[in-house]
Design a binder for this molecule. Structure first.
Ligand code: 1CP
Length: 372
């Protein structure tokens, strides 16, 4: 273990402050903890008045390109709530930007691609060899700065969009109800679709490795639009790339003795739970449409689970939130479990209820662990 400590010193990139609360990392690896760790997707978001103030009048992607702003926005929720992890403020759409596409944030509409991919010929507009350090170095800087400023309080999570989810945005040009333009590619242009998914996968692997080198202590892959695919298309157009990402990132990290837990969150893809639990990710994130006990059964103790309270449950009174949390924690069990919502917080949510959620997870899980 002295050797192990020595190895850790050698590979520690930038002399970061010592981690004080590693509950989230231990739960990700299925180890024992004193309480169930908790964080929220979109915890750095518009439900916080200080977030709205910091973001006011500034372009969204300009904010993403400012390491100081990203650091401040990442830290804001930690000042209010005893979350067990932080997620770097950024967006999944910085990857299509790095590949040469324009993406604007339009107020009231969300992210918009003025010139989306329409036909396979349009793939020629994408950069073939993306210099990830040059195009996305601002994210790496934000991570390094935040890892220092977090002062070892909790681990810092890096993230990316999954290939299918990013492909969907690049073809749709923004959010969509049906994703029929992107799905049209899958049926009509399967080879071009696979080519695009491979291009995205290559950039994503480099991007995640860069995030770890910069200081990210865990990685989450968001396949937010997995649910629009059925089981057959998911197996063909998403799962192989999700697996490839985890395999390649882990193999590369192993070369330098590093090991960072990876989380896959394929929203609304519970038809793929068995497959996802055998895809080299330590943690499978769950949306709220699946029952905790059945998720445990179907993943057979192979992975840790993360989730999955309906975000809208935060509209309940606080005592009701506590009851809902207790049921959820009982359903998942306290080992190999990271509490979270089944998707991100909404802008109209009451920060006090977010606090009640975090407190309920800690309180109920501490009691349950003592009773074991
Ligand atoms: O001005 C604003 O603040 C706009 C709201 C916002 C925020 C706070 C957007 C626009 N992005 C973000 C930050 C963000 N995006 C984070 C930060 C860290 C945190 O969670 O605290 C993360 C992890 C993301 C990831 C992201 N962006 C996803 C995956 C997660 C998910 O919600 O499924 C997706 C799909 C996006 C695209 C995106 N960015 C923003 C919006 C409104 C959307 C969704 C658009 C749509 O599909 O309609």
């Amino acid at each position: 273990s002295i050797l192990r400590e020595h190895m850790e010193t050698l590979t520690r990139p930038k002399d970061f402050p010592t981690l004080q609360n590693d509950t989230f990392l231990r739960a990700a690896r299925g180890e024992e903890t004193e309480h169930v760790p908790v964080w929220c997707m979109r915890q750095a978001g518009r439900y916080l008045p200080e977030f709205r103030e910091s973001r006011a009048g500034k372009d969204f992607f300009d904010t993403c390109r400012s390491p100081e702003s990203c650091c401040e926005l990442t830290l804001q929720p930690l000042r209010r709530f005893p979350f067990d992890a932080a997620i770097i403020f950024s967006d999944i759409l910085v990857v299509p930007q790095a590949m040469g596409m324009d993406v604007l944030m339009v107020a009231g509409k969300g992210p918009t691609f003025p010139d989306p991919l329409k036909e396979p010929e349009d793939l020629q507009r994408l950069r073939t060899a993306v210099d990830v350090e040059k195009e996305l170095g601002y994210v790496f800087k934000a991570i390094t700065l935040t890892r220092h400023k977090i002062e070892g309080k909790v681990p810092l999570i890096g993230f990316t969009g999954a290939p299918w989810t990013l492909m969907a945005y690049m073809i749709e040009g923004g959010g969509s109800n049906t994703y029929s333009k992107a799905k049209r590619w899958l049926y009509r242009h399967p080879e071009a679709s696979h080519m695009l998914l491979r291009m995205l996968t290559d950039v994503i692997v480099e991007y995640l490795l860069g995030q770890v080198a910069a200081g990210a202590q865990a990685l989450q892959v968001f396949d937010s639009h997995a649910g629009i695919l059925g089981p057959v298309q998911f197996k063909d157009f998403s799962l192989p790339y999700l697996r490839d990402i985890a395999r390649r990132v882990k193999d590369k990290l192993k070369e330098t003795g590093q090991d960072v837990p990876m989380i896959v969150f394929a929203k609304d893809a519970h038809y793929a739970l068995e497959d996802l639990s055998q895809s080299h990710y330590e943690v499978v994130g769950l949306d709220w449409t699946i029952d905790p006990r059945s998720a445990r059964e179907r993943t057979g103790g192979k992975v840790s689970l993360q989730g999955n309270m309906d975000p809208c449950a935060l509209y309940s009174p606080k005592d009701r939130i506590s009851e809902i949390v207790q049921k959820m924690v009982e359903g998942f069990g306290t080992r190999g479990y990271i509490a979270n919502l089944g998707h991100g917080l909404y802008p109209d949510m009451d920060p006090e209820n977010v606090g009640a959620f975090v407190e309920a997870v800690h309180q109920h899980s501490k009691l349950m662990i003592k009773q074991i």
